[in-house]
Write a protein that binds this ligand. Structure first.
Ligand code: MLT
Ligand code: ZN
Length: 454
């Protein structure tokens, strides 16, 4: 099979070298060891189709691979699969400034896309901390969210059409550059967020937004998470034109300061909020923020460079926690339920896991909290995983009581599938399985991700 692959894509575009298998066989997660058969880097969508057909003949599964910045093991190949990297599909089509759209290859990094659209005063408004390395194909396969969901919504809101390769190796265009198309099922939307289990995205036609109006960014120190949530409620009712409203705990900030060497931005506090809103004449964010009960201290960026610096305290949390190999969660509840949920979460943690260090941060404006559990000193990896699996069941039961989801943005991958039925019904999972069977009857594409077939 590898000889056939090499004949198809060229000697240098396929590898089974051990270091490549490890590097390309996993994403940012580390709990599951990569064990792929090989890695292949096709240069064209036609090659992707031919590779899938070859795999179908040999009964080899395929793990589609983008920038590998995922946090749910959706791009981990742990079972002798072929890793199919979309990294070389980097074509950048012309920006259609009138239609506000552009067609790009799946391997184009998010940041490269933004730079491509900038001269037209347009952007693809999916803004992620990982924008330098995550790719458009991966952003769509996982329906990425990021830091501006509050203003622009998820990746699925900004896709018009997709070019895909099916599990039969067929190249198919789903939709096109149309902003309005009501001619039957929107199949491209089915593929978005399907984590590579239904088809392989090779290119996408994306909707673009005008560059945001000038914004201002403030960082405030608050008494506690409830004070942050109250501030958010007030900001919403005051019509602040929010682009982002982010929370992080005192513990998270201390980790960022220790890891990055950045100076302390505001007074030490148990909770912080980072607020980004449109600049409006007659409205002064600084005085508005400090006028609120629960706010201890704050700073507002004076220019773009200072705003980018403030964002670092939020965006660099993940890398600052990484060395401790935290167990990650990214739950969501309806925004209006967040204050009560947050209260119950803290009571549950204090009562059942008093010795645990838990780093909580997230996009509170979207009802999305990241709950990262750090391994207690001296606890072995396996024992920690078991303890987290038990804690996850309890946490997701709590989330379900609030009508929430066990994954707001990272997806299910391998990591969360055992718990999927806590927040998705058996009927829903049954429909998902039926779709998988129709699109991929041999079970070739990213098998075992999201759910098992039995
Ligand atoms: C974030 O919000 O920073 C990302 O989702 C990454 C993470 O959860 O660690
Ligand atoms: Zn996030």
């Amino acid at each position: 099979m590898l000889d056939e692959l090499r004949a198809l894509v060229g000697e240098g575009a396929c590898s089974d070298a051990p270091e490549d298998l490890i590097h390309w066989g996993r994403d940012w997660t580390r709990a599951i060891a990569p064990r792929p058969l090989a890695v292949v880097w096709p240069a064209t969508a036609d090659h992707v189709g031919a590779i899938v057909q070859l795999c179908a003949r040999h009964g080899i599964s395929v793990v589609p691979s983008g920038g590998r910045t995922g946090l749910a093991a959706g791009a981990v190949a742990s079972n002798g699969e072929l890793v199919l990297s979309l990294d070389r599909l980097r074509q950048l089509g012309p920006v259609d400034a009138l239609n506000c759209s552009v067609t790009v290859g799946a391997g184009v990094p998010n940041q490269v896309l933004q730079d491509h659209c900038l001269p037209y005063a347009l952007c693809w408004p999916i803004d992620l901390a990982s924008k330098g390395s995550s790719s458009v194909g991966g952003n769509l396969a996982t329906n990425a969210g990021g830091i501006k969901v509050l203003r622009y919504g998820h990746a699925r809101n900004w896709v018009l059409g997709l070019e895909i390769v099916t599990a039969r190796g067929q190249l198919v265009q789903l939709g096109g550059a149309l902003h309005k198309d009501n001619s039957g099922y929107a199949l491209q939307q089915l593929v978005v967020g399907s984590e590579g289990t239904l088809a392989i995205i090779t290119a996408a036609t994306l909707a673009l937004a005008p560059l945001p109006r000038p914004t201002q960014v403030g960082l405030v120190a608050c008494h506690d998470l409830q004070a942050v949530l109250t501030l958010f409620g007030t900001a919403m009712s005051a019509g602040l034109h929010l682009h982002a409203f982010e929370y992080f705990s005192g513990y998270c900030l201390e980790q960022v300061l220790a890891h990055t060497g950045l100076p302390r931005p505001v007074a030490t506090a148990p909770a912080y909020a980072l607020v980004q809103c449109e600049l409006r004449s007659g409205f002064d964010l600084a005085s508005w923020l400090v006028a609120h009960a629960g706010v201890r201290d704050g700073t507002v960026a004076g220019d773009h460079a200072q705003a980018a610096k403030l964002w670092q305290y939020r965006e660099r949390i993940t890398e600052s926690l990484q060395a401790a190999k935290p167990h990650k969660n990214d739950i969501a509840v309806p925004v209006s339920a967040l204050p009560e949920f947050a209260e119950r979460l803290q009571v549950w943690l204090r009562r059942t896991r008093p010795g645990w260090q838990v780093a909580v941060f997230g996009h509170v404006g979207d009802g999305n909290l990241h709950i990262n559990t750090l391994r207690p000193l001296g606890m072995a990896d396996a024992a920690f995983l078991d303890a987290c699996a038990q804690a996850d069941s309890e946490l997701f039961e709590l989330v379900a009581q609030f009508g929430g989801s066990l994954s707001a943005e990272h997806g299910i991958g391998l990591h969360k599938k055992a718990h999927l039925a806590i927040t998705r019904s058996h009927a829903e999972i049954g429909l998902m399985r039926a779709l998988k069977l129709a699109w991929d009857p041999q079970g070739l594409l990213n098998p075992g991700k999201i759910f098992d077939m039995r």
